[in-house]
Design a protein around this ligand. Sequence first.
Ligand SMILES: [Zn+2]
Length: 248
Amino acid sequence: MNGVLFYAPSLLAATSGSTIGPMSSTTPSDEATLRQQICEMGRRMWQRGYVAANDGNISARLGEGRFLCTPTGVSKGFMTSEQLCVVDAEGNQLAGGLARTSEVLLHLAIYRDCPHLSAVAHAHSPNVMAFAITDTPIPTGILPEVEALIGPVPLLPFVMNGTPELAETVVPFFRKRHTTIIMANHGVVAGDRTVEQAYFHIETLESYCQVLLAARPLGELKPLDESTIEKLLDWKRNQGIDDPRLEA
Ligand SMILES: [Zn+2]
């Protein structure tokens, strides 16, 4: 099926880049690069309208029990490297003049249970939000790139921010190797090895939701056949890309 071959180069490009292993310690230059990446992904989120005002947050694993995260009360479109915060695994702030985002507690719960993840991003992108506020599930098996890059996206029930129940609801899905999750009446959270990859999941899902909404008045969705899905899953297995369907 040439669809798989066609998509392979872009998928390879998407999975490359600097990988910050969970057990690695971070040198000052790595940390400077990570800070720049977080600011750049924040800028992309804001420019694309995925975060209004001071919404959204991004974090990355620094190693040795330290994490970088975005500050509260700052637009993701205009963050500077110096404004980012360093926190420990419990969320205690170790560095940074501005207070850390309160939602970092969810990020830390994800890192604690998911050593395969080194970056987490969260946004309120409008087309995803349309599904999130109407409790409308995201269909699987429609677009090859969505299958290959993000896989199935669960829509979880609403839980108030900053509560232990939020982490208890969300974390098991990342543990089962989902990459991207929708929290009802709230937004999307994505995790991966790099900050850019976590951001890409949000961008891919937002684009997919936009297409789904455009298709809705035109009629029934036409799913990919089973053999195509199997080929895509085989490709993901070979590339080492997370997907809960590969865990069974
Ligand atoms: Zn939020």
